[in-house]
Design a protein around this ligand. Structure first.
Ligand code: HEC
Ligand code: HEC
Ligand code: HEC
Ligand code: HEC
Ligand code: HEC
Ligand code: HEC
Ligand code: HEC
Ligand code: HEC
Length: 313
């Protein structure tokens, strides 16, 4: 009996320390305590101490790391206090990980740097690369206006940490400062005006109806409509359903989206499909899908960010 109690205590202590270890090791970035008393911090040649074949046992990234070699170490574990670059594209390219992420197209949300990997690191400082995207682990934590690091409740909050008027992020200043431009007005738009943001749609308008699994009275994230990694549409609007529209039922993911001169019908029709067909509701928007009240012309005169008079966005 004594033995059993002892065992249970050991197990409990063991569990506790396991828990805290897990919380720490969510972050793969090595710190200044790396190695014995920090002796390994500042050293660039990882292969001097780590044998590539005995690390990463049981991890899904094991094979690709062995395949790509020591060059990749700083990508996931940080630069270890050196100035070594942190490679990403060496693995995240159209051969090795073509869907993670999809990078085809002329436009992407890079920060005017020609060093592509640096762009990735700006938004994904310390991803855990476990195949499961979690905003608070896989997206860089930007300070709020009180210099505090706050959890993101969704991906949109990550975007709004830069796309606002009052809290520019050092190094990522936005050049366009027109008061109503979405680049800096999006925080107010999303919180107080836009139907796809916190303000709910009524779901009772003339052309109402949504495709599965979208619902009225819910939040639509920025990345449902905008992609960061590559598209042929301006304003970073997705050019395939699969690059955004995260809740859309998967048989629709191959529908393309082409935006011309403010005509976003092919975007809207991915999620919107009016129930009672009127006006142009039965007409093909050009990608094979039907269900919006207009299919031609510039939608943005009535449907744009921050629009309060017409139905808005
Ligand atoms: C001088 C030897 C040495 C060098 C060089 C070295 N490490 Fe380490 N590293 C260690 C030791 C010792 C440990 C702790 C024991 C262990 O877990 O293997 C460690 C642990 C780690 C860990 C586990 C997490 C941690 O902080 O304990 C990671 C990840 C790591 N090293 C990555 C790297 C990377 C990446 C490089 C190259 C930039 C590197 N190491 C270079 C000695 C070294
Ligand atoms: C694709 C991302 C990725 C790359 C690249 C990568 N690691 Fe890791 N590494 C991980 C993950 C994930 C863990 C597990 C962390 C945990 O369990 O807390 C890990 C753990 C480790 C550990 C702790 C002990 C162990 O064996 O798990 C060491 C040491 C380590 N890595 C060294 C390296 C070295 C050296 C390189 C370069 C050859 C490297 N890593 C490249 C993702 C990576
Ligand atoms: C402006 C910020 C930004 C930049 C720059 C950026 N990403 Fe992302 N990334 C995101 C966001 C937000 C998501 C989650 C939403 C999504 O998948 O579109 C994401 C998702 C991902 C995913 C998960 C995709 C999936 O389907 O699970 C991978 C992998 C990824 N990014 C890798 C990269 C790589 C590699 C680069 C550099 C070439 C990069 N990202 C550049 C913001 C960014
Ligand atoms: C050695 C190859 C390798 C390198 C280098 C690498 N990754 Fe990954 N990464 C992966 C793999 C494998 C996955 C998991 C893909 C899957 O299973 O869906 C992944 C997943 C991700 C994800 C999706 C979220 C998650 O947790 O799975 C993001 C974001 C990401 N990587 C960003 C980066 C960035 C940014 C860099 C450079 C700083 C980088 N990766 C470097 C192999 C790599
Ligand atoms: C680290 C800061 C930062 C983050 C985070 C960020 N952006 Fe940006 N974004 C910028 C900057 C800087 C520009 C370029 C503005 C300029 O022209 O000066 C920009 C430009 C844009 C543009 C216009 C692109 C074009 O071609 O005109 C869109 C759309 C956009 N961002 C959407 C997003 C979305 C959606 C997210 C979240 C997934 C996001 N951004 C996250 C800083 C950021
Ligand atoms: C990724 C899916 C998706 C896309 C793409 C999309 N919407 Fe929506 N839309 C929704 C959802 C979900 C709601 C309900 C949100 C709410 O009630 O808070 C909504 C609500 C609306 C509303 C308010 C309806 C009401 O009842 O008040 C309007 C107007 C609207 N969308 C117009 C558009 C237009 C115009 C486009 C194309 C530029 C578009 N939407 C693209 C998913 C989408
Ligand atoms: C002249 C202004 C105007 C233009 C231009 C316009 N719309 Fe609308 N749209 C509206 C109004 C007003 C409503 C809401 C009707 C109501 O309240 O019953 C609406 C509603 C919608 C809805 C929301 C349906 C729902 O869930 O209730 C979608 C989707 C939509 N429009 C798509 C488009 C598309 C696509 C275009 C461009 C091809 C477009 N609209 C052009 C005024 C306009
Ligand atoms: C329902 C789809 C949808 C959602 C959700 C959405 N956008 Fe947009 N966004 C658009 C469309 C369509 C345009 C082009 C028309 C316009 O300017 O209003 C646009 C334009 C923009 C622009 C101006 C780009 C330029 O070329 O200057 C920015 C910046 C932007 N969005 C940021 C965001 C951010 C940040 C979020 C989330 C907080 C977001 N958007 C959510 C559809 C969307």
């Amino acid at each position: 009996m004594k033995k059993l109690i002892f065992l249970i205590i050991i197990l409990l202590i063991g569990c506790n320390s396991d828990d805290s270890q897990e919380a720490v090791s969510n972050n793969l970035i090595v710190t200044s305590s790396h190695g014995i008393d920090g002796a390994a911090y500042g050293l660039a040649d990882c292969d001097a101490c780590h044998a590539i074949n005995i690390i990463h046992k049981g991890l899904n990234i094991r094979d690709i790391v062995i395949n790509k070699g020591f060059e990749t170490c700083t990508g996931c574990h940080g630069d270890n206090g050196t100035d070594e670059p942190r490679p990403c594209i060496i693995c995240h390219n159209s051969n090795d990980l073509p869907l993670k992420p999809q990078q085809s197209g002329h436009f992407s949300h890079n920060f005017n740097t020609n060093e592509s990997d640096k762009n990735c690191v700006s938004c994904h400082y310390s991803s855990d690369m476990n195949g499961n995207f979690m905003p608070n682990i896989d997206l860089t934590s930007f300070p709020n206006i009180s210099e505090q690091q706050q959890d993101y409740n969704n991906i949109s909050e990550f975007c709004l940490s830069c796309h606002n008027r009052d809290n520019p992020q050092t190094g990522f200043e936005i050049s366009n400062q027109d008061y109503n431009h979405p680049l800096i007005a999006m925080q107010d738009n999303y919180n107080f005006v836009d139907k796809h943001g916190w303000i709910d749609g009524t779901g009772s308008r003339t052309y109402n109806g949504l495709r599965p699994n979208y619902q009225y009275f819910s939040l639509v994230e920025c990345t449902d409509c905008h992609t960061m990694h590559g598209t042929n549409n301006e304003s970073l609007i997705i050019d395939y359903a699969s690059k955004g529209a995260s809740k859309l039922s998967s048989e629709l993911e191959n529908y393309p989206v082409t935006i011309t001169d403010g005509n976003s019908a092919q975007l809207c029709v991915l999620c919107h499909q009016m129930k009672d067909i009127i006006e142009q509701g039965a007409e093909n928007t050009g990608n094979g899908l039907t269900g919006v009240h207009e299919i031609s012309g510039n939608c943005s005169t009535c449907h744009s960010h921050g629009e309060t008079v017409q139905a808005g966005l």
